[in-house]
Design a protein around this ligand. Structure first.
Ligand code: NDP
Length: 471
């Protein structure tokens, strides 16, 4: 069985602290071994990135852009290979909005970053002075990527950082290291040594990276709990942070929505990647007049979606990625049952190989239930009935989460009026989770701070410098 390697300073290296086994969450087959980095190896990766950064930043902008375009070509050429790794390791199927889709996103986000510009701005000018705002790279960026969209989110962290003249040390999630390590091995081969490095493992590796004095910016996507620990750790070095933390997105279906028209959009907005997506709809508020109709339409969509090993044709839903998340889903559904909620479909784990849990719709449940208030991050959706839209807005806003939300209805002006009252970084209308590489994305409240994507995302991996000239 293959042991996968790190890239440090352009070299392929084994983990100093041994290795750990990775299994396919659908079939439980062993996929190989991922390296465990020692503290010395984290230091070596950061040192390599630090040494490479001045020359990388000094490249003419057109040359850095051309490197970004080369990365997009590498990703395109290796789409099938990397998509297979995503499916075997993460679980999302090759088909549907699965691993081929994730790879297309990796390519798209890279290409767009290659087109973005951050020219100096004249922010003030009069007869006496001219003040220009320049954007400088920060230095070494540390990136900690999650297991739900392991390659795509790593790309979100890496590419803007490189584009802006930073160098990167990335740690993939210990649940899904292989696909990401393979992607970086391929990308790093077309970059100067030290510009992009990896570390891997579980336990102290992430913490060591965050506390390293030469890591000047840290990008993290994951839980609010770990995000808070990263904030504490960043205090010593004043490390800048972009934190994309969990969400508990509310979707509000207004009285004038057409159940049949919105059911499929609501389904994928809630269950893309088996609900293991930061900006999935995780609480559905439906007006009493159309409550049963929406539930029936969603049930019909849910029950026609084939689930299984995503390497097989026709499968569009895979397993839950790991046992930790599977247990959270089981626990929340059992708690909802105890409260007397109605299981419309699903509701019990599928016995046999793999972490399979059916798509589960839970009706007749209220705010305050754990399934509503806690982030399930899995294939279960609580559906709450409301009668007054102000009450739905109040409920949407009552939690600490503030990543995304959506409003569904026929009258767009009314939907927009509702959207403006929701406390979330993005509110979608008649869609959910529809991110785009040109459109800033990020959370408010407990969902973190900083934005990614587009020019705003590029600014987030730079520091401003004002050049002030006396006339
Ligand atoms: P975590 O949020 O706990 O993140 C784990 C990663 O963070 C690992 O790479 C780990 O590396 C690193 N890490 C842990 N502690 C620290 C620290 N103090 N400083 C720096 N890095 C640290 O994710 P889990 O995978 O355990 O998932 C937990 C929950 O997070 C899920 O149930 C889900 O709700 C949510 N989640 C949200 C995602 C999103 O997209 N927003 C994505 C994935 C999960 P190391 O162990 O080496 O320190």
């Amino acid at each position: 069985m293959q042991t996968f390697t790190l890239v440090i300073n352009g070299q392929s290296v084994a983990g100093d602290n041994g290795q750990f086994e990775i299994r396919n969450p659908a079939t439980e087959e062993s996929l190989g071994y991922a390296p465990i980095s020692s503290e010395a190896q984290v230091n070596a990766a950061v040192a390599a990135a630090k040494a490479a950064q001045p020359a990388w930043a000094a490249l003419p902008d057109a040359e850095r852009k051309s490197y970004i375009n080369k990365i997009a070509e590498v990703l395109t050429a290796n789409t099938a290979y990397l998509a297979e790794w995503i499916t075997r390791e993460q679980g999302k199927p090759l088909a549907g909005p699965g691993s081929m889709f994730e790879m297309q996103a990796c390519v798209g986000w890279t290409q767009v970053a290659g087109m973005l510009e951050l020219p100096p701005e004249v922010v003030f000018e009069d007869a006496t002075r001219r003040d220009e705002l320049h954007r400088k790279p920060i230095g070494v960026v540390g990136a900690i990527a999650p297991w739900n969209w392991p390659l795509m989110i790593a790309i979100w962290q890496i590419i803007p950082s490189l584009r802006a003249g930073n160098t990167v040390v990335l740690k993939p999630s210990e649940y899904t290291p292989i696909g990401t390590l393979e992607m970086i091995r391929l990308i790093a081969a077309v970059l100067p040594a030290g510009v992009l490095n990896t570390i891997s493992g579980a336990g102290k590796v992430g913490d060591t990276l965050v506390r390293h004095p030469d890591v000047k910016k840290l990008m993290f996507t994951g839980s609010t709990r770990t995000g808070k620990r990263i904030i504490e750790a960043s205090a010593d070095n004043l490390t800048r942070l972009t934190l994309e933390l969990g969400g508990n997105d509310a979707a509000i279906v207004l009285k004038d929505a057409k159940a049949a028209d919105i059911a499929e959009g609501l389904f994928w907005g809630s269950f893309i990647n088996m609900g293991q997506t930061c900006a999935c709809a995780k609480r559905l508020y439906v007006h009493a007049d159309i409550y049963e109709e929406v539930i029936a339409a969603l049930k019909a969509v849910a029950e026609k979606m084939p689930m299984g090993d995503g390497m097989q044709d026709g499968i569009v839903l895979g397993p839950v990625q790991n046992k930790m998340q599977f247990d959270i889903v089981c626990d929340l559904v059992e708690d909802a049952k105890k409260l007397g909620a109605r299981i419309v479909t699903g509701g019990n784990p599928v016995f046999g190989k793999g972490n399979f849990y059916p798509i589960t719709l839970v009706a007749d449940i209220k705010d305050g239930a754990r399934l509503v208030d806690e982030e399930q991050f899995g294939p279960v959706l609580p559906i709450i009935k409301y009668t007054n839209v102000d009450e739905a807005i109040r409920h949407a806003n009552r939690l600490q989460a503030g990543l995304g939300a959506s409003v569904w209805g026929s009258d767009i002006a009314q939907a927009q009026q509702v959207a403006q009252q929701i406390e979330a970084g993005t509110v979608w209308i008649n869609q959910h989770g529809a991110i785009h590489p040109m459109v800033p994305f990020g959370g408010i409240k407990g969902s973190g701070y900083g934005v990614e994507f587009g020019v705003e995302g590029l600014k987030a991996v730079t520091v401003p410098q004002v050049i002030s000239i006396k006339k």
